[in-house]
Write a protein that binds this ligand. Sequence first.
Ligand code: DGL
Length: 300
Amino acid sequence: MKKPRVIGIFDSGVGGLTVMKEILEQLLDVRIVYFGDTARVPYGNRSREELIRFGEEIVTFLIGQGAEVIVVACNSSSATALPILRERFDVPMIGMVEPGARLAVEKTIAGRIGLIATETTVRSKAYSSAVSRALAKGSLPEDLVLREAWQQGEQPISLIKAQGCPLFVPLIEAGLANSVEARGIAQTYLAPLHAEGVDTLILGCTHYPFLEPVLREILGEDVLIVDPALAVVKELEILLQHLDEWEQSGLIGSPSPSVRGKKQWRARYYVSGDPELFRQVGNTLLQEPIDHVEQVILGE
Ligand code: DGL
């Protein structure tokens, strides 16, 4: 029987669990080692240099735990540190931004894409470039009217408004995603996107799906919410198929049985901060309960 592959996932905190949830639901044959850098959350106002350093420490840890693929389940790190991490490590890595931008291009019906994200992700302009790149590489909207209008140069498709939402992550990490405070702040952040007539909104931070009911209530049914996690899972599935093919054809070696482990397990959780808070907030999202979280101190 085929051994499950080990996927390493990391984020600044509980946000990456929204990506992990999709992976666990859709890919049955994987095991996950999750790292939440909760002692250093939020990442959303960190510099690129800091995020590269944190990423290096975490990827090294995850590889030590047997990870064969890394999912950078943090948009702030994907938008800034990922190209450098890819250069420095041999293990294949998937980020949030390229898959998320592609999905938005496919789903928009008016070509007016909006983004909510951390200040770091907004400042990087990574999503705006990724939308243009997706179109240049051949991604097309599924909506045939828009597709034709775009192909004839009559209707642009682009990211027209990016809104930084610095207060969301601290609220979510504190378990307040469904609070009056979250609702009020969301109203303020979403108003400029509404004013611009955005038809498709990218959740450009992995924490934000925790807020989806609140966002949906404010946006109504007319705006499509795009969660990049769905596209990340597809990309991961394709990558895992390639790894199997390369392993079978001898292009890459298979990990030793001791690395993949003999004992049955589905997910392991590590955090740099308070394990109990992570467990409590994480359990509000995942179907499979988080029963054990271990604290690991990285860096100095
Ligand atoms: N969830 C992360 C992201 O997708 C980090 C948010 C933060 O820590 O500020 O950007």
